[in-house]
Design a protein around this ligand. Structure first.
Ligand code: CU
Length: 701
């Protein structure tokens, strides 16, 4: 089987590469502390490969690849690149490298237990071309002009394998806007200038192509999206799939991720006017989409048994089969409870972190979060063989036009239908199916923090967190510059108190207190010496450290945000939102997540320091808090922000500057990398008069 695959892939892509015996047999890229090579761009050079006994990259452009998706890894014994696909019978893909490396100095090779913070296999280069353009689409029957990546919603999948270097050429074909593309959750280690936010580069000018270049240091499921104004809510987004080992066996891996989102009929920047409107008090969405498919009630009522795929995405399964599925929430304002009628779900990864397998009946997928799951096929499915897949908006974590979705509110005038997909037993090349008559699983918790679930997931590769954070420094260093002393309590951690602006509230409006404002034309990374001097720079400075025992602790405190404690607020008008907070540049661990207000005297006694849940997007409950820890080992300017698109644009964001205070960030980027950023800004500034100016009301992130 293996030989067959190798031959097949060789004939497809001409990837046969033969190599001389190696001088050193270490295929791993070690990123451990103190390695001065870290300052190099994350791209394997010819020299790197030769020193490992390999003569060349396998490099190809995936356009035109006929079928299947293959990873390519060097085999230590044969000195050949081998191809393998990510199926149940091809776990040898990573295992073979493990066997080859037994006895080598390298620890344990590459399995799900490999510490991917330090060791990454050598993969290949993959090139992608993504073009942003305007196009009118009607995912649920209502047409609107969207902005799309390669003409589809969601956009083209960027697919790679653990250790591959991905080179993405992004062309902005919009006639009136810039753009900038963020690779959500990718660690971008020593690669801050590839993060794709307005803090790290100028927007891509109209007609220009910007090339991103990064190595997949992690594996699993994620997505890319525009980080320019509210452009991702207009459609500029798509999945990222990184093949790698898994923490539980499965039989089939679905090629298409389950991409959940909401959809707004107006251009997002117009809808954003509602965010600060004292009457509407919040931007709203119009429908739910899965894989870009939505439907109106009329279309469902008129269904006559034909062309089912235009109404619902179909997921195929066979009796007893274990099907791996990738869940992504790419919504602007909706967190979802995902479930499949009559089926349990085995969680194997949260965000880009493999976890110990855990079986649930439903799970919360907050905005920006992802899960890799295995659906266990029934041995004896129902005669119709059809079951609903549900993406149920979480209570209090949605803002729909026709009333907030509420699992317990029977008077809700026009509830959206959470039945958004079909699990079908058998092969559905047929376009003709009856609609399922399955009943929903019993779900008792529709809340949007789902604390017991979110705090129960255990990473396969554990982190042990120091109870003494590195930020045991003066308050002036760690106090976010936009907060005042009145924002007590604070202490030996970075304390970010979220709140609405009382002055704006008095005038009947809604706005976050001291929002971030990033100027598109002066990104922080290019203006490093001046960063933090502006009133709305919202900078916290963190000391760089590569010591694996050094952590920053941070509390995100939602105790002053609207919550059930405030009786003067109408929950039908202002939802009691939890905020999905997303980190750029590193994963964070969840030391605590609570619906009780943070108490600096007692809360820390309850924190979990031993292998806490770890991911890049965590929920800060309204009225409560989250405490997180992360390693300040990745120099640069990194964004932390709420992933509700409307809130990010309203400035609910911080920039973290991680630096050694001796020019580390600047020397990392000195030369070509900085010149390139400067050139991009020149192009952008020349284009400024021709793009729509969104900078008056927008945070810039
Ligand atoms: Cu928010």
């Amino acid at each position: 089987m293996a030989a067959y695959r190798l031959n097949l892939i060789q004939s497809l892509f001409s990837v046969l590469v033969f190599c001389k015996p190696a001088l050193t047999l270490d295929f791993g890229q070690s990123y451990s502390a103190g390695n001065s090579d870290l300052l190099a761009p994350r791209l394997y050079t010819e020299h790197d490969l030769k020193s490992k006994g390999l003569s060349d990259h396998v490099s190809f452009h995936p356009e035109g690849a006929s079928e299947g998706f293959y990873c390519h890894y060097p085999d230590l014994k044969s000195k050949e690149w081998e191809a393998c696909n990510d199926g149940a019978d091809s776990r040898w893909c990573w295992l073979r490298q493990l066997q080859a490396q037994e006895g080598e100095s390298h620890p344990k090779g590459y399995t799900v237990t490999t510490n991917y913070d330090n060791y990454v296999p050598i993969g290949i280069q993959r090139h992608y071309h993504l073009d942003i353009s305007k196009q009118t689409i009607a995912p649920d029957g209502t047409p609107r002009e969207a902005r799309l990546m390669n003409g589809t919603y969601p956009g083209a999948t960027v697919e790679a394998c653990w250790g591959d270097t991905v080179i993405v050429h992004v062309t902005n074909n919009l006639d009136d806007e810039g753009s900038v593309i963020h690779w959500h959750g990718l660690r971008q280690f020593y690669n801050n200038d590839q993060d794709g936010v307005a803090l790290t580069q100028c927007p891509i000018a109209r007609g220009s192509t910007w090339t991103y270049n990064f190595t997949m240091l992690q594996y699993g499921t994620t997505w890319y999206h525009s980080h320019y104004i509210l452009q991702y809510a207009d459609g500029v987004l798509g999945p990222i799939v990184v093949h790698g080992p898994a923490s539980a066996p499965y039989d089939v891996s679905l090629p298409t991720p389950h991409f959940m989102s909401d959809w707004v009929y107006r251009k997002a920047e117009e809808e954003f006017d509602n965010e600060k409107d004292p009457v509407v008090r919040g931007s709203k969405a119009d429908n739910i989409l899965v894989n870009g498919i939505g439907r109106s009630k009329e279309a469902v009522a008129a269904y006559n048994g034909e062309d089912i795929q235009s109404l619902y995405p179909i997921t195929e399964i066979l009796p007893g089969q274990r099907v791996r599925m990738r869940l992504i929430n790419g919504a602007a304002g909706t967190s979802f409870i995902f479930s499949v009628d009559g089926h349990s779900i085995e969680i194997i990864a949260n965000d880009l972190v493999p976890v110990e397998p855990k079986i649930v009946d439903s799970l919360l997928v907050a905005i920006g979060q992802r899960y890799d799951i295995i659906i266990h096929g029934l041995d004896n499915p129902s005669p119709s063989g059809n079951y609903w897949i549900r993406t149920h908006p979480a209570d209090g974590c949605n803002t729909f036009r026709n009333g907030l979705f509420n699992s317990t509110d029977s008077t809700n005038e026009d509830p959206l239908d959470p039945r958004t997909g079909i699990l079908h037993y058998g092969h559905s090349s047929a376009t003709y199916l009856s609609l399922p008559d399955s009943t929903a699983n019993t779900i008792t918790d529709f809340s949007c923090a789902r604390i017991s679930e979110q705090t129960s997931l255990r990473p396969v590769v554990p982190w042990s967190i120091s109870t003494t954070p590195l930020n045991n420094l003066t308050l002036s260093t760690f106090y976010p510059s936009h907060q005042t002393e009145n924002d007590e309590p604070y202490g030996n951690y970075t304390h970010w108190l979220l709140r609405l602006d009382p002055l704006v509230e008095k005038q009947g409006g809604v706005s976050f207190h001291n929002p971030l404002f990033a100027n598109f034309s002066t990104p922080s990374l290019l203006d490093f010496t001046n960063i933090g001097q502006g009133a709305n720079d919202n900078v916290i400075r963190l000391p760089y450290s590569s010591k694996p025992t050094d952590f920053i602790h941070m509390v995100i405190d939602g105790s002053l945000l609207p919550s059930t404690n405030q009786s003067d607020l109408d929950p039908d008008v202002i939802p009691l939102l939890a905020h999905p907070m997303h980190w750029h540049g590193s994963d964070v661990v969840l030391l605590a997540q609570s619906e009780q207000p943070f108490d600096p005297a007692t809360s820390m006694d309850t924190w979990n320091y031993e292998n806490p849940p770890r991911r890049d997007t965590i929920m800060a409950p309204a009225g409560g808090y989250v405490a997180v820890a992360f390693k300040p080992d990745n120099p640069g300017v990194w964004l932390v922000h709420c992933h509700i698109a409307w809130h990010a644009s309203a400035g609910l964001a911080l920039q973290m500057v991680i630096d050694d205070g001796q020019g580390m960030v600047q020397s990392m980027l000195a030369g070509e990398r900085m010149e390139r950023l400067g050139k991009g800004c020149e192009e952008w500034k020349a284009d400024l008069g021709k793009v729509v100016d969104y900078q008056k009301e927008e945070s810039g992130v």
